[in-house]
Ligand binder design. Structure first.
Ligand SMILES: Cc1cc2nc3c(=O)[nH]c(=O)nc-3n(C[C@H](O)[C@H](O)[C@H](O)COP(=O)(O)OP(=O)(O)OC[C@H]3O[C@@H](n4cnc5c(N)ncnc54)[C@H](O)[C@@H]3O)c2cc1C
Length: 363
């Protein structure tokens, strides 16, 4: 059983900031046929709202209770929006799911040559800016830092990225804080953004890419949630201190031996972990993991500190931006609850260090 609050089957959401047109069939990670053939029941448009570990039940937004033998929580992260009145505006998009992309596409259809403003100057906002600058009337990126990507990539690379985008026509308002989303039609749409300085930036479409928070609130009475919203797993991605509950994806904090590459004996690295290093940089220090050794670092700031001091240091613990987290995407696309024993078993084995971690199959 797969439960997801989204209206469509799991999609490859990274495509949402790299295009202006979205066909759900082309975004799906697995076809409907795959779910049928694998006998996976799917409940879409349904949230898990409560977890009872004693009875092994999950309560859903529909009121229904599901019993699980094994549970995988892979609820990812929710985008931040500090401007509540903007949510109802038909030309303001917080890009995370297919419905957000559909809203963006509708806004573009209504105004094919829009003045685009992005709130945020990290990955999602910058990708959207790069995408829209080819077709929009204008693109303005508003960022709080001195240069885009400053927090994750540093000032030098950020400045280079800004220059590259400026050469393509993207404009930047940096060191800027958005105060209000202005409206001229009673809140139906946004006419532009007022900065804290009082400056007004007109907009036809606003894309908010202001970071995310772990989507773990539904589990807070049942599980230990860290201060940053992450949940701690062991090397099998089992929730520490719990029976039959596994976690994967953006909010997971888990042991990461190769983050302490120099201090962790290579011989003890499970094959599955070493294999995941093939296609991305290996974080070798705690700062590597916290400065975005991999793109997902924007999702959750790792709570981890990685000790390089001692040869006998325990494995590091990190969350989100890691190879293992990405390697667990196969499981992570299956959003919330499993009751099927066979599926639970296969998930357990695919996450086990004794079996290699492989990329999700394409169907
Ligand atoms: C526009 C965009 C572009 C991106 N581009 C890149 C990129 O180029 N490279 C990269 O590495 N990363 C990129 N990312 C980040 C990447 O998509 C995430 O790191 C990844 O999707 C995280 O996977 P996940 O399974 O942890 O969570 P998600 O993909 O967020 O999946 C979680 C699922 O759980 C559902 N859910 C949440 N709460 C509940 C609940 N209570 N009950 C039921 N269902 C729930 C959600 O609706 C969602 O379907 C991008 C993200 C976005 C939004």
């Amino acid at each position: 059983m797969l439960v997801s609050k989204e209206s469509v089957l799991p999609i490859d959401r990274i495509k949402l900031s790299k295009s202006t047109k979205f066909e759900v069939d082309k975004l799906l990670l697995r076809s409907p046929k795959y779910f049928d053939e694998a006998a996976i029941q799917v409940k879409l448009g349904t949230s898990a709202t409560h977890l009872d570990t004693a009875s092994q039940n999950i309560t859903l937004s529909s009121g229904e209770k599901l019993h699980y033998d094994k549970l995988l929580i892979a609820t990812g992260a929710d985008p931040r929006n500090f401007w509540p009145n903007s949510a109802a505006m038909n030309n303001v998009v917080v890009l995370r799911g297919f419905d957000d992309a559909a809203k963006l596409e509708a806004a573009v259809a209504a105004n094919p040559k829009p003045r685009i403003v992005t709130v945020g100057s990290s990955f999602i906002a910058m990708e959207a800016a790069a995408t829209f600058v080819k077709t929009a009337e204008s693109v303005v990126v508003i960022g709080m830092e001195k240069v885009p990507f400053e927090r994750v990539l540093g000032e030098k690379i950020g400045a280079a990225m800004q220059k590259l985008h400026e050469e393509k026509g993207v404009q930047f308002k940096m060191n800027a804080v958005v105060d209000t989303f202005e409206t001229a039609d009673g809140g139906a749409s946004c006419s532009g953004l007022k900065l804290k300085t009082g400056e007004f930036i007109p907009a036809d479409i606003v894309i908010i890419g202001a970071g995310v928070v772990p989507a773990t609130a539904a589990f807070k009475t049942a599980l230990n949630i860290e201060k940053d919203g992450s949940i701690v797993a062991d090397e099998y991605l089992a929730v520490v201190g719990q029976q039959n509950i596994y976690i994967a994806g953006n909010f997971v904090s888990f042991p990461l031996p190769f983050a302490c590459f120099n201090s962790y004996p290579q011989a003890t690295l499970p094959a599955s972990l070493t294999r995941t290093t093939r296609d991305r940089p290996i974080p070798t220090t705690s700062s590597a993991s916290s400065t975005g050794a991999w793109h997902n670092s924007r999702a959750v700031s790792p709570p981890t500190t990685c000790s390089m001091a001692s040869k006998s240091s325990p494995p590091c613990r990190t969350s989100g931006p890691t190879s293992m987290a990405r390697a667990s995407d196969t499981a992570a696309t299956l959003s919330a609850t499993m009751t099927s024993s066979s599926m639970a078993t296969s998930t357990r084995s695919s996450l086990s260090p004794s079996s290699p971690v492989t990329s999700p199959k394409k169907y």
